[in-house]
Write a protein that binds this ligand. Structure first.
Ligand SMILES: Cc1cc2nc3c(=O)[nH]c(=O)nc-3n(C[C@H](O)[C@H](O)[C@H](O)COP(=O)(O)O)c2cc1C
Length: 362
């Protein structure tokens, strides 16, 4: 759907509360109401990262398709990959509603969903029905009332091993009390040891090694970033996802909604998440894959994440404002950038603005 019809559909969705609108958009994708609109394949955008070949570097971030209802439909509208979840072992309702807020003038979202999801079983059943070729990652987390959070992550690895092309260990949601404490050095070491041991065991049994990424918060101190980098390099982790939502409310125009508790995402997160991305790239060196997330709204912002050190990017919030044509528009824009700058691969711009972004005090 493009042009005036898409505009009206989006205006209509904005009259609804954000969670109802989200549910309708999932229904539309399921029913095929959103037509396939992928940009033409462009070998200059193809990336091989952590042993996986991504047709383009633009992915759907976790949280949109928490229960794996529409991963293949998201790939059909132009995303090069998609991440389902966060899924927890047992279903849980999440926090009380309302718990998603649009900050329209800032093109931002605040959410305090709290890992509402249908649990491992429901997502697994749906993923079993998907093509094994589809580039679908599974983002795993812990139940709010879990007595052993690390065991919940290990259960995620074991349960989804046959169907996941990659895993994301999400330790950075601000909406599950205490979850971000897993980023502290000793807890992180214990988590990575357990999760990677489970992966190695499953890889031994299946003959297939599924990469694992770690998703971190943008609200880290320099020391916190040092600790994460040291642990990541000390373990056989496959990459980082930078970043989740922020607790910061800096620079917002919409002061009324800014007071809502939860994680902020969308345009105002771009600077901060890109600065943390570059600082982590400096710390981990050029070889470790990094997926840049936070405020990607256009081909230019996607390219800027790559210039700051990202191999791939993901987005969620700006699609709320730009509509389902956004991933294909970004992909076409990246192809145009390759034409303009005569690039053999989009990868050629990686790190070209690393120093600039690493020096930003966002
Ligand atoms: C409504 C909503 C729900 C989210 N749920 C999750 C989640 O379950 N797991 C996760 O790792 N990230 C979750 N995120 C964070 C996004 O994956 C992403 O890291 C963040 O929103 C920054 O990207 P963006 O500015 O493009 O939205 C959620 C974001 C939003 C807006």
């Amino acid at each position: 759907m493009t042009g005036p019809l898409a505009f009206l559909a989006r205006r209509g969705l904005f009259l609804l509360d954000p969670e109802t609108a989200h549910g309708l958009s999932i229904k539309a994708l399921k029913s095929g109401l959103v037509p396939a609109c992928a940009a033409p394949a462009d070998p200059r955008l193809e990336q091989t990262i952590a042993g996986l070949t991504f047709p383009n570097p633009v992915g759907m971030a976790a949280g949109y398709d928490k229960n794996a209802e529409v991963p293949e439909a998201l790939l059909r509208i132009g995303f090069g990959f998609t991440e389902v979840g966060t899924v927890t072992p047992r279903p849980q309702p999440g926090n009380d509603k309302p718990r998603i807020f649009r900050l329209v003038e800032d093109e931002a979202v605040i959410n305090r969903l709290g890992f509402n999801n249908e649990g491992h079983g429901a997502a697994l059943a749906r993923l079993k029905a998907c093509s094994r070729q589809a580039l679908i990652g599974v983002n795993i987390g812990a139940n709010k009332d879990s007595s052993d959070r690390i065991a919940d992550y290990v259960a995620g690895i074991r349960t989804f091993y046959p169907v996941a092309r990659y895993f994301t260990a999400n330790i950075s949601s601000p909406n599950t009390p205490g979850l971000r404490d897993l980023q502290a050095r000793e807890s992180l070491a214990a988590l990575l040891t357990a999760v990677l041991a489970a992966r190695d065991e499953e890889a031994g049994k299946s003959g297939r090694r599924v990469p694992i990424f770690l998703k971190i918060a943008p609200d880290l101190t320099e020391e916190g970033m040092d600790d994460i980098a040291a642990e990541v390099l000390a373990h056989d982790l496959d990459g980082l996802i930078v970043s989740n939502t922020t607790l910061s409310r800096e620079g917002l125009g919409d002061r009324r909604q800014a007071g809502e508790a939860g994680g902020l995402s969308g345009k105002p997160l771009f600077e901060k998440s890109t600065a943390v991305l570059a600082r982590m790239r400096k710390r981990v060196g050029p070889a470790l894959p990094i997926i840049g997330v936070g405020g990607v709204s256009s081909a230019e912002t996607a390219a800027e994440k790559i210039r700051a050190g990202a191999d791939l990017v993901q987005l969620y919030s700006c699609m709320v404002y730009e509509g389902p044509g956004l991933p294909a528009r970004i992909v076409r824009g990246l192809s145009a950038l390759c034409d303009r700058e005569k690039l053999g691969s989009i990868r050629d711009i990686r790190d070209s603005r690393l120093d600039y972004w690493a020096g930003r005090n966002a």
